[in-house]
Design a protein around this ligand. Structure first.
Ligand SMILES: Cc1cc2nc3c(=O)[nH]c(=O)nc-3n(C[C@H](O)[C@H](O)[C@H](O)COP(=O)(O)OP(=O)(O)OC[C@H]3O[C@@H](n4cnc5c(N)ncnc54)[C@H](O)[C@@H]3O)c2cc1C
Length: 461
């Protein structure tokens, strides 16, 4: 129990907002992207600046309140929010400062990727990020960051230059290659375990107009296309990324009526090389496997980044299962086609994101992200607007995952996991776990930040 007096005192100190149960804003403020998550925090601090974050961290520590950190609110398991504790909501800390000469961008800890793409595009630049523009910069970056530019420019963390954080004891620190190097190593993959990141500075790259979009094939071609894709993406130039998917065609434009609601397989391409060479680059796949629908063409980078936003608005039910994959054997491909053909609802899907190319040039121990040798991050998501279908989407995702897990590398990308227990977290960080636990013991010895894929503080003798 925290006394109302103390709560009022905190409220008076914040430049932002403090929202309590009973407040008209409470229900909207506690909602996260995944509508399957329904948590009721004691307090939600919408921090306006670093000073608000320091006040909130100190308040929670002194009053023994559990804390969660909310960036964009997209986390699969709803780890941006908590029951009975204090949510540090960063959605008001939203700024972008671009330095076009040095090709860097500094962004607020509560930005979404749409903010960043918008700011950088005017200068013909982009930061490698995920494939949905409403995702938060905070959670995606601290977990790694996979997307359309991974093969060309690496993971999002490979482009992180510096971050400012408020630690569990209320101190404000900078982490980069020169200051607090151990912390900088840990936050590149270790998630929100170490502090509240109030700003990030990224390297940006010359990306303006991509040659990109989805190619779709009927399911009876899925086996052949997947086998071709397996080989192609292994050897393809780094300026091509393409993720493989099973999906259901939405019933509306730009999709032709003849394909509406058909289950199909797809590759969603992004080519960032010279646009005049693009036709030639894609000629082999178009000749060998003429797609039933080919939406690949020139597109401004932010438009590609927002392409799937309308299909996946906030408020759907989501159930996630994931793994890293080193090899796609013929047996695994046959199982993918079997389960991919059984998508339970229109929104449900399976994606295989390539993580080779530039992402492979960094060693497993150079950052906390421990699966550099893997070739794909696989994610199976059961999705639907109707909670009445939750059993169907959950059972399908579990069945699919269980069939493919024996062919996986063991762990999974933390940002594609729900709350799956300690063993799974250890499998994900492998040999980096011990070092992460030591850094945690140094910066957060009481495990104050524990609403996350939690790394327990541990001093190794
Ligand atoms: C539709 C959809 C598509 C996605 N696509 C991709 C993709 O293409 N590539 C990819 O890599 N991932 C993708 N993701 C996964 C995404 O990276 C994670 O869900 C991530 O956790 C979202 O970050 P967030 O800030 O929005 O989340 P939140 O729910 O706000 O936060 C999640 C966790 O991140 C931590 N956190 C967030 N912000 C901060 C901060 N500023 N400081 C400290 N800790 C913080 C906290 O520990 C928190 O518990 C996708 C997710 C969704 C729902």
């Amino acid at each position: 129990m925290v006394h109302q007096e103390k709560i009022n005192e905190l409220k008076s100190k914040l430049a932002g907002e403090l929202i309590e149960p009973g407040d008209a804003r409470y229900d909207a403020a506690r909602k996260v992207y995944n509508a399957m998550i329904d948590k009721r925090p004691r307090l939600i601090a919408r921090c306006a600046d670093v000073s608000d974050v320091i006040e909130s961290v100190n308040f929670a520590r002194k009053n023994e309140l559990i804390v969660s950190i909310r960036g964009g609110g997209h986390n699969a398991g709803g780890l941006g929010i908590c029951d009975d504790g204090l949510v540090i909501d960063l959605s008001l800390i939203r700024f972008t400062h671009i330095d076009p000469e040095n090709k860097t961008v500094r962004v607020g800890g509560g930005c979404t990727w749409r903010d960043v793409d918008h700011a950088t595009h005017a200068f013909g630049l982009a930061v490698p990020t995920g494939i949905i523009s409403t995702t938060g910069v905070g959670g995606l970056t601290l977990g790694g960051g996979l997307g359309h530019l991974t093969r060309h420019y690496g993971l999002t963390i490979d482009n992180l230059i510096s971050a400012d954080l408020v630690l569990a004891d209320g101190r404000f620190v900078t982490a980069n290659e020169w200051r607090n190097e151990d912390l900088f190593w840990a936050i590149r993959g270790g998630g929100g375990n170490f502090g509240v990141a109030t700003s990030f500075m990224f390297k940006a790259h010359p990306v303006h107009t991509d040659y990109a979009g989805p190619m779709l094939w009927p399911l009876d071609k899925a086996q052949e296309v997947m086998k071709w894709y397996r080989q192609f993406i292994d050897a393809a130039p780094e300026n091509i990324t393409g993720f493989f998917a099973f999906l259901t065609v939405p019933p509306g434009p730009p999709f032709p009526e003849s394909l509406h609601l058909k289950k199909m397989c797809a590759i969603v391409w992004c080519y960032t090389g010279p646009i005049e060479d693009a036709e030639q680059v894609f000629r082999p796949v178009r000749t060998q496997f003429p797609p039933a629908l080919d939406l690949v063409g020139p597109i401004p980078h932010p438009a590609l980044q927002g392409m799937f936003d309308p299909i996946y608005p906030p408020g759907l039910q989501w159930y996630w299962k994931a793994d890293f994959v080193n090899e796609l054997s013929d047996k695994a491909i046959a199982l993918h086609v079997k389960h991919g053909s059984e998508l339970p609802t229109m929104w449900s899907t399976m994606h295989l994101y390539p993580i080779n190319g530039a992402a492979h040039r960094i060693g497993n121990n150079e950052t906390a992200w421990s699966y550099r040798e893997s070739k794909w991050a696989e994610v199976i998501v059961g999705v639907d607007p109707d909670p009445g279908n939750n059993n169907r989407i959950i059972e399908w995702a579990r069945r699919y995952w269980e069939a493919l897990h024996p062919y996986s590398a063991g762990g999974a990308y933390v940002n594609f996991m729900m709350e799956e227990g300690d063993e799974r977290i250890r499998a994900t960080y492998k040999e980096n776990y011990e070092r992460l636990a030591e850094v945690k013991a140094k910066y957060d010895p009481a495990n104050f930040f524990r609403v996350n894929q939690n790394i327990k503080p541990e001093k190794v003798a």
